[in-house]
Design a protein around this ligand. Structure first.
Ligand code: FES
Length: 186
């Protein structure tokens, strides 16, 4: 049986995110901003605030939303995120710096960019057994408990992590990405 599955509802490709939003950049295209709340990206709950309890054993796709205007930052394929549940005891020290404790138990939540660092495909695969994210384009695999360390395939770098906190039951952006999102420029 093929253990790897595509994450339901994910679509599209991902690319680069500018380190700083360009002047005049449309809010929908801006990278996640401090104070934004994460919302479901797809499915029946699209646009609904993503609560810790919504994240089960498999990753959930998300976007950031500006709470003042209600604008969901889905105007760029660069902005897609993956929220992953990881047991606290399995976190590497680096991942632990970005992990948010889930108040209900010993689990934590981590938010990764879905933009592959190889050529920018959308990372939308998941292996239940190894608990790795997988890129469908060239087979790169990323260990979610170890800051998305590359475990297989041609991706040269881990996926970027986004700094968030749990606030009133919602995941709120509290900082920037841990590294460049997506591939290096040619
Ligand atoms: S784009 Fe992800 S492995 Fe090539």
């Amino acid at each position: 049986m093929n253990r790897r599955r595509a994450l339901a509802g994910l679509s599209g490709a991902a690319g680069l995110i500018a380190a700083v939003p360009a002047l005049g950049q449309k809010p929908r295209r801006m990278r996640p901003q401090e104070g934004d709340v994460l919302v479901h990206a797809f499915g029946e709950r699209a646009g609904e605030a993503l609560a810790a309890g919504h994240v089960g054993p498999r990753p959930v796709a998300a976007y950031a939303m500006d709470t003042a205007s209600g604008v969901v930052r889905d105007g760029s394929l660069n902005n897609q995120l993956l929220v992953v549940r990881v047991a606290a005891e399995s976190l590497s020290p680096k991942a632990a710096r970005y992990a948010v404790p889930d108040a209900r138990g010993s689990d934590t939540l981590l938010v990764y960019s879905a933009s592959c660092t190889h050529t920018g495909c959308e990372v939308n695969g998941w292996d239940d057994e190894t608990r790795r994210l997988a890129c469908p384009c060239h087979g790169s695999e990323f260990d979610v408990a170890d800051a998305a360390r590359v475990m297989n395939g041609p991706a040269p770098r881990p996926l970027a992590m986004l700094r968030v906190a749990l606030s009133d039951g919602a995941l709120r952006v509290t900082g920037g990405f841990s590294r460049r999102v997506g591939p290096e420029p040619p």
